[in-house]
Design a protein around this ligand. Structure first.
Ligand SMILES: Nc1ncnc2c1ncn2[C@@H]1O[C@H](COP(=O)(O)OP(=O)(O)OP(=O)(O)O)[C@@H](O)[C@H]1O
Length: 325
């Protein structure tokens, strides 16, 4: 797809990446292409291999096979050089409940040997500001809502300027308000040019937050591209409501389409719905209407139905998705 040709290159690139647990492949030969500056939604049902992939990308687990490049550098060979450029939220950092949000971030920053102590206070303040927690900087973390804790985890990832942010299911377990806050925040993270790689099992969430999507199913990457590319790859069906079903079918066939058998009948018994999949490039709905009219078909109704992204994903993964959340 176009991802590989995107300006700025790829922030994450894998080639035939695999990871097994015993005989079982949790990640099965995936080729990720995450363009720089994108918000890439790593979408898949529970157990499809998202967390395992993320752990391997971040050097928290070893791959069995395959090549990985993060920010253009080979992993895990160049891990030490790459990690300071990458902010991550995986399984959430452990916070001290009786310390404030700001004090927790300062402690976590102390553990980062690349972080400058001289600028710590300023950086902690800026990170809290960025995630909308400046007002709660002095509040003890046990009084934070789940959404606030999750945003504090993201603030931790933002303590230094990052080229890449990797977030594993950041809205998991949050109430609707917390979910909205985190989604809004994720969208804002690319300001300044960073790339965001975010996993989710919720299609609606990925549609709201992301520019690109990769779909996982049972360890395999079954689709990848921009949201629009995936929408366009779905099927489109035209339906004609007409009393001249036989002629309509012949006109559709004349355009190289394969008309389906007339379905049911319209308001009047003499009408039938003739349909066809739009499977030929260059045959657009307007071409079809013009041909029907020119062929003497009395067109009483005409509709174009595109399969939804949800239908597309269900057909790709063979299973239902949680679509709301
Ligand atoms: N440490 C492990 N040992 C054995 N099997 C594992 C281990 N970690 C993950 N798996 C298995 O690998 C598969 C992929 O799991 P993974 O956690 O990567 O999926 P996921 O898409 O992130 O799902 P979830 O959202 O539920 O975490 C699952 O079948 C899981 O049971």
């Amino acid at each position: 797809m176009t991802a590989a040709a995107a300006p700025g290159g790829l922030a994450i690139e894998t080639h035939r990446l695999s990871k097994h647990f015993g005989q079982r492949a949790a990640v099965d030969g995936i080729d990720l292409a995450v363009p720089r500056g994108s918000v890439y939604g790593f979408l898949g049902p529970n157990g499809s291999g998202k967390t395992t992939t993320i752990r391997v990308l971040l050097g928290l687990a070893a791959a069995d096979h395959g090549d990985i490049r993060v920010l253009g550098r080979e992993m895990p060979r160049e891990l030490a050089g790459v990690l300071p450029e990458v902010g991550a939220l995986v399984e959430g950092p452990a916070f001290y409940p009786f310390l404030s949000g700001a004090a927790n971030l300062s402690r976590l920053d102390t553990a980062d040997r690349h972080a400058s102590p001289a600028s710590r206070r300023r950086r902690v303040g800026e990170a809290l500001e960025r995630v909308g927690l400046a007002h709660a900087a002095g509040k003890k973390v046990h009084a934070y809502s789940l959404g606030m804790k999750q945003r504090l985890g993201i603030a931790n990832a933002l303590l230094r300027p990052r080229e890449l942010l990797v977030l594993d299911e950041p809205s998991n377990g949050l109430d609707p308000q917390g979910t909205r806050e985190v989604r809004h925040l994720v969208r804002s993270l690319t300001e300044g040019g960073a790339t965001v790689f975010v996993s989710s099992h919720l299609l609606a969430e990925v549609e709201q937050m992301c520019t690109h999507v990769g779909v996982m199913s049972a360890g395999r990457l079954v689709a990848q591209g921009t949201l629009n590319e995936l929408r366009a790859a779905g099927r489109t069906r035209v339906q004609v409501l007409t009393p001249d079903a036989g002629t309509a079918s012949r006109v559709l066939a004349g355009l190289g389409l394969e008309p389906g058998l007339p379905e049911g009948s319209g308001a009047r018994p003499a009408e039938a719905l003739v349909w066809a999949e739009l499977a030929r490039p260059g045959v657009e709905p307007e071409t079809i209407v013009a041909a029907l009219v020119a062929g003497g078909v009395r067109v009483r109704g005409f509709s174009v139905e595109r399969s939804s992204l949800e239908e597309r994903f269900v057909s790709l993964t063979g299973e239902g998705f949680d679509v709301v959340g």
